[in-house]
Design a protein around this ligand. Sequence first.
Ligand code: UDP
Ligand code: MG
Length: 308
Amino acid sequence: MKILDIIVPVLDEEDLIEAFYYEVLKTFDGKNLDLEIHFIFVDDGSKDKTLEKIKDLIFLDKKVFFISFSRNFGKEAAILAGLKKATGDLLVIMDVDMQDPPDLLFEMVKILENEKIDAILTARKDRKGEPIIKSFFSNCFYFVCNLFSNFKLKPGTRDFCMMKKHYKEALLLLNEKKRFLKLIFPFLGFNVKYLEYNNKNRISGTSKWSIYKLIFYAIDGIIGESTIFSIFPFFIMSGCFAIFLAIFFYLLFQYFYFHTINQILILFEIFIFLFGMNFFILGIFGQYINRIFIEVRNRPHFIIKEEN
Ligand code: UDP
Ligand code: MG
């Protein structure tokens, strides 16, 4: 019998653990699948009774597993820990608050069983019910990401996904410390299919992401994915060079035509030259730091899909 691991990062979600567990089991009820459902709850340093609620479930069902962090390390860390613990043939990553609809799970399993697909990713079709400010920042994030990154990210992409074991193994080849799952998906390649669904609100509790936390998370993602910013000093340097040349020719013209020279402009010319040189040197440093970043991040050179 195949195993489906359901990885659920949780932070202070005492009211939702049980509801989530039963809701997931309900979606597979009577579906006659040759599948054993395992739950892997990753308690990301909850301060409420979340861990007790998980342990209550373990008492009832031996197919419930947990990891509990010593403090809050963030959702990405919780997902990573869950992926490392999972051994199943299929895996799902999903939130506990039902914003990732459990009723999609059955359809996802069917697609992975019947089609040559390695992973199913999901995206929200809309953002109804979400605070406007959060939607605004999210849209900015996708715009900037797609502008600067080599890989295109579908707006509204969620962490909610189901994958086969080999896709998970590929995911774990990426061992970078600052992880951003949504941006790792496009790097991995493989055959993936997107499922889209309408936004759902949390059934209980509040979001664990403040706007402040989200902005820093987004900046981390963009900086981590795109090294294009390291060439920005060269843009500024080019601007300085253009101004330098314009002033230079103007001064020549002034000198030969009017036999005079504007001393303030000469000073400004020296200033713009030195300013440009600074950015030239910063650009060179940027390029070396970029190389160091790529080496330290140590992503695999390639990921093999098949070989004989
Ligand atoms: N979560 C977590 N660690 C965190 C923040 C959130 O494990 O530091 C969990 C949370 O319990 C939930 C999921 O990640 O199961 C998504 O969080 P939330 O619903 O607060 O995010 P939103 O849906 O508002 O983006
Ligand atoms: Mg949520």
